[in-house]
Design a protein around this ligand. Structure first.
Ligand SMILES: [Zn+2]
Length: 370
């Protein structure tokens, strides 16, 4: 190499490094809030109440006239606004919504199973791990999750990265190294030093407010704990994993599925409003929302999902925050994937996703301002 060439390399290297630094410095995201609604279909998010299900006795709608009246409108645009008002009045105008198949936008699960653990793990590790994670057995996540990776990169204490989940298997999904982040999921007491009276009360209450499902507690408990934790402990990374949208669908209770979808929308609104009211979060927090899998699209198969259910690979994603453009509902023909969530989260947080070993997903450019 000639010295002139070497000089050029050094100069161009410096330019490259400073551009990279500027890009990271240009980001405003200092906190990330991730929220998921288990198995909430893209059909409800983008079309509202489903005309094929809303009158069906076998979908539990025989006594749900009042709910049907409340959510029904001629156009899908009006129906979805009635079902999920925060998504359509706040996220759509100020953020990005991906996955409306009616507009050609697709977000797809890449793991082969289309059930919960593989889906959540794909979200949290940016990859499908089909050989190791074959279903919902509670095995410890074989890979460092993005929660753990972000904790390392942002140099946070354990309690600054928190996961509250309704489903108990999040104890295993959320981290590779047990105890590296704060996880409270399923019917489990929250035991941390210095908890507020509200958190102690919620922790106690969960064992008295039983659900029909031994492994899933009420979303109310999970959400209220997460919100109170946000207000009192000010975590930098918060993951809230709600579950009832899936469980009521398995029970063939479309009425409750719709009500919990609206509850999820309300939870996202309350998290966002809480973040905007606190100096640690205002203007420097990105909120991402998505789901672990889709489900069937007909009266026959809407309650289920999995490899054999057609369309269960299609999901949706929403983002709002200081580094996300007001892109609204995306019409792109470009495919996006569930594994892209982790890379997008890192990119927003100014962390190079390339440093997260084994990651397969890519940052979604539509969600990150150039
Ligand atoms: Zn399910």
């Amino acid at each position: 190499m000639t010295s002139r060439c070497r000089l050029f390399r050094i100069v161009s290297g410096l330019v490259f490094a400073s551009v990279a630094l500027l890009a990271a410095e240009g980001r405003q995201t200092e906190n990330v809030i991730l929220v998921t609604a288990d198995g909430l279909r893209w059909q409800e998010v983008f079309r509202g109440i489903d005309p094929a299900l809303m009158n069906a006795k076998e979908a539990g709608m025989d006594e749900a006239g009042a709910l049907r009246d409340k959510l029904w409108a001629e156009s899908a645009a009006e129906r979805r606004r009635l079902l999920m008002p925060f998504f359509w009045s706040e996220i759509a105008p100020h953020g990005v919504l991906l996955g409306n198949r009616d507009l050609g936008s697709s977000v797809r699960v890449t793991n082969g199973y289309r059930v919960s653990y593989p889906g959540y793990s794909e979200i949290l590790t940016g990859r499908a791990q089909d050989a190791a994670i074959r279903g919902n057995d509670p095995i410890q996540n074989p890979t460092e999750t993005v929660l753990e990776f972000l904790r390392r990169k942002w140099q946070l204490r354990r309690e600054q990265v928190a996961l509250f989940g309704s489903w108990d298997v999040f104890q295993q999904i959320g981290e590779h190294q047990p105890g590296s982040v704060l996880i409270n999921a399923g019917f489990r007491a929250l035991e941390e030093p210095g908890l507020s009276p509200r958190l102690r009360e919620l922790s106690r209450m969960q064992f008295e407010l039983l659900t029909p499902w031994p492994s899933v507690r009420h979303d109310y408990v999970t959400f209220e704990m997460a919100l109170e934790y946000l207000k009192t402990a000010r975590p930098r990374v918060l993951y809230v994993a709600l579950g009832e949208t899936d469980d009521w669908a398995h029970e063939r209770r479309y009425d409750r599925t719709l009500e919990t979808a609206t509850y999820f929308d309300q939870c996202v609104r309350r998290l966002w409003e809480a973040a905007q009211s606190l100096p640690e979060y205002r203007g420097k927090t990105t909120l991402l929302a998505t789901t672990d899998h889709g489900r069937g699209g007909t009266l026959d198969d809407w309650p289920s999902h999995g490899t054999k259910v057609e369309g269960a690979e299609f999901i949706w994603m929403a983002a709002i925050g200081p580094d996300t453009p007001a892109g609204g509902e995306i019409r792109s023909q470009q495919d996006h994937y569930q594994r892209d969530v982790a890379a997008t989260m890192l990119e927003l947080g100014g962390v190079d996703p390339g440093g997260y070993e084994g990651i397969q997903g890519k940052p979604i450019r539509l969600v990150v301002k150039p």
